[in-house]
Each structure stands twice: as structure tokens, then as C-alpha cells.
Design a protein around this ligand. Sequence first.
Ligand code: AHR
Length: 328
Amino acid sequence: MLKKVLAGIGAGALLFGLSACGGGDDDAEGGADGSLVIGFAQVGAESAWRTANSASVQAAAEAAGHELKFVDAQQDQEKQISAVRDFINQQVDVIVLAPVVETGWTEVLQEAEDAGIPVVLADRGVEAADEDLYVTRLGSDFAEEGRKAGTWAAETFADDADGTRILELQGTTGSAPANDRKAGFFEVLDAEGLDYEIVDSQSGNFTAEEGKAVMETFITTHGLDGIDLLYAHNDEMGLGAIQAIEESGKVPGTDIQIIIVDGSKAGFQAGVDGKLNYIVECNPVFGDQLMDVVEQVANGDSLEKFTAVEESAFDASQFEAELPNRQF
Ligand code: AHR
């Protein structure tokens, strides 16, 4: 079993041509046929994106003949940490972690390294200080997603003489997509010299319920008159906000322009219905690619530190044609 070969070898040393897993004895065991036991500590089930991501990884593991031990951490870092510790105790071959937030991972990642179990990050990243404690990350370039949103906003509001007044619904506080989507977005607005004001910016934790509740607070506090743009870091928060805007008597997509990130069927349907204006795609369907990465890691192949999944962005002229293509 792969764990026996790797015990005592740090993650940084895993890329030295180790042989793949074989049959074994106790706990979690890969097979003699090269099948692996993979522990996957998933963020939760907070969005259509997340559900599609879990399904994609589970289907790909099954198709590849690997055993996937799946834990839904319900957006709770402590639950993810204990899932990783359980995987270490079970001596799985590879741990896949989608870290809910960027910080607080050093100790448990060090424990995985000490146990000789390689860690692959899927979707979200961790802080740069922990870079040596995982082998590679496969997921989105969240800063680039933010830049795409910023480029559209800068072009759309370039001639807004009064200055562009923006509300922002951030994702989970401290998460890589919340941090990077914000940074990429405002980086472009600043670079393009857009005259803008952030009227309010708060976390809706990537859920529809919290997105709606925060939008209601925005409306109560600031009203919507004179607000030009809502930038929602994911579909669910954007869709929740749309409900709040409608309940306040305003017309989403017209009275206030809206950008969302993900591109679910529900998000595109809202676009087709004229309720939002720009969709930045975040692609969750990378299970097959993840299995390739996990197998390469188990084989000790040399890998890039980060591989970005392919993603696009869509304006209103593209929503209808794109809707049938959405996979989640
Ligand atoms: O990490 C990816 C993000 O997490 C998606 O944009 C969001 O919908 C999910 O909760």
C-alpha cells in the first residue's frame, strides 16, 4: 500500500519517482491493481457549484476504480481538520482537501506530511506560508474571475459621470475565492481609473439565505436609489439578493446591475429573465482531472504547484444560447 512506502517521507519529497500503490494489509488500502484510497475533505453543500463539484469528484473516483472517503464539513474548518486527521489515522493513500478558509492549516498539513500522506488541494487554496505542505492545487484562478468581473464593470460604467456606487456580497470570510475575487475586481477598477464608491461590502457566506439577508440589510441601510451595481461572489448570494431587491419593489438587472460568479442553470435562467447582467464562470466539473492529478501524485510524478481549470464569462447577449450547456 502506498502509505507504507511514503511513511516518514515529507510531502516535499514525494515527487521523487515513488512507485504507485499496491495491495496492503490494515486500515485504508489501495489495491494491487493501482487503485487508491482517497480521503476527500469537502467544504460543504452550500451551493449548486459545491453539489456539482462533489458529484463530479465522486463519479470520477468511482469510474477510475478508486475508493473515495468523502466528508462534507458543513463549511466548518474544525470539521475539515478532524476529517483530515481521520484520513491520516486511516492511512489513506492521498488526501484531497478543499480548504474552507486560507489560514489555520499548518498543524494538520504538517501531521499529514509527517505521516507520509500527500495532500492535494482541490478548488480553494491555503495561505502561501503553507505552500510546502501540499503537493499541488487544482481549481479556479479566483483572482482572474474577479478581474473578469472588474473588466466588465469598468467598461459598463466608464461613462458614469456621477461615479459608480457599488454593493458587494462577499463569499465566506477568509476563503480564497472571497479574498481573490474581491482583490481581482478592485484591481481592475483601479487600473482602469473608474470613479467608484464601495457603498457597502459584507459576507453572505456563499449561501442564498445569507445573501438575501445581507441584501435586505443593505436596502434598509442605504436604499437602492443611486446604487449602480451589485457584485455577488457567487450565484446563490446573487439569487438571494435578487429576491430581496424584488421584494423591495425594485427591478433587478434594470434598477441595479448585477454580476454573479459560478454560472449555474439557475444563475443563467435569472440572466435570461433579465434579472442580472454578467456571469463569470467558475467551473466545478473537474473530477476526472482531479483523479489524474491524484494518480500522478501517487506515482510521484512532477506536477505544477497550481493548475487552473478552464473558465469563461458571459454577458446578456450570450445567456440564452449558453443556458442549455450548463451542467449544474
Ligand atoms: O470555491 C468555489 C466557490 O465555493 C463557489 O463560487 C461557490 O459557489 C462555492 O461555495
